[in-house]
Every structure is written in structure tokens, then in C-alpha cells.
Design a protein around this ligand. Sequence first.
Ligand code: TYD
Length: 135
Amino acid sequence: MNIKMFDFKVIGDSRGSLIAIEGEKTIPFDIKRVYYIFDTKSNVQRGKHAHRDLEQILICINGECKIRLDNGTKSKILTLNDLTKGLYIDSMIWRELISFSPDCVLMVLANKYYDELDYIRNYQEFLEAINSDNK
Ligand code: TYD
């Protein structure tokens, strides 16, 4: 599964800490879009889609959430609760965001502008797309 956890360098001094993220340097792509998810209501699940052609890095800036990742053959659940780490997710990986703490702020960096046509929002359709790519 093409996912990777990046460890960001913390620049700290007596005043506190800072993390800088530079496109194509700290992370493997140029950043076209940033969005963040916050104020998530209890028991809500988000995501539940894959992207045909989009790379993203997820950074949990505050609180905690869990993410279920699935490439059609393998699935894993990761906990995001550390603002010094960024989870890279490649295209064609199904993701479901679950178990948000009320204070969770999840920031997402993406290499493309928002495009609804890039989404696969149906899991069966995702599996079919994976299988047709592997033929
Ligand atoms: P949605 O895809 O349902 O969010 P999630 O995958 O986190 O569950 O998006 C919710 C709404 O926000 C939907 O109307 C599309 C819009 N949206 C944008 O306009 N720009 C964006 O970059 C994103 C991620 C969503």
C-alpha cells in the first residue's frame, strides 16, 4: 500500500516550537490545496472514498482521529494524534476517517485542486477500478 508516515523536523527554541512544510522538499509533491476538518460531531465518519489521481498528506494538528486505509487487498487502521507526523496517501487508496475526538483538527495537503470527478465514492466501483488497472 503506497502510504508513508513523514516525521517533520521540529524547530524549537526557548519560545516554543515550529514546523515548516515545503512542497517538493519536506513532502514529495507541490502543494496546490490545503483544507482542514474540525468541529466533527460525535460518531461521524468522513472520507469513505478514494481518489483516482490525487496525493495527500494528512496531519492531525490537534486531538485525535483514526483512519482506515484499504488498497483493495489489504486494509489497516492508523491513529493520527501527533502534529509532528504527516501521513502520505497515494491515489487509489480507499480511506475512512473514524473516531474523531471533539477537539480534532485534521489538516490535509493535496497536490491538486478540488475536483469532484476525481472521487470514487462507491466501494464496489473502487474495487472494480483497482481490478481493471491490474489487468
Ligand atoms: P467531502 O468530500 O464529503 O468531505 P470528506 O471526504 O472529508 O468526508 O466534502 C464535503 C464538502 O466540501 C463537499 O460539498 C465538497 C466540499 N469540498 C470542497 O469544496 N473543497 C475541498 O477541497 C474538499 C475536500 C471538499
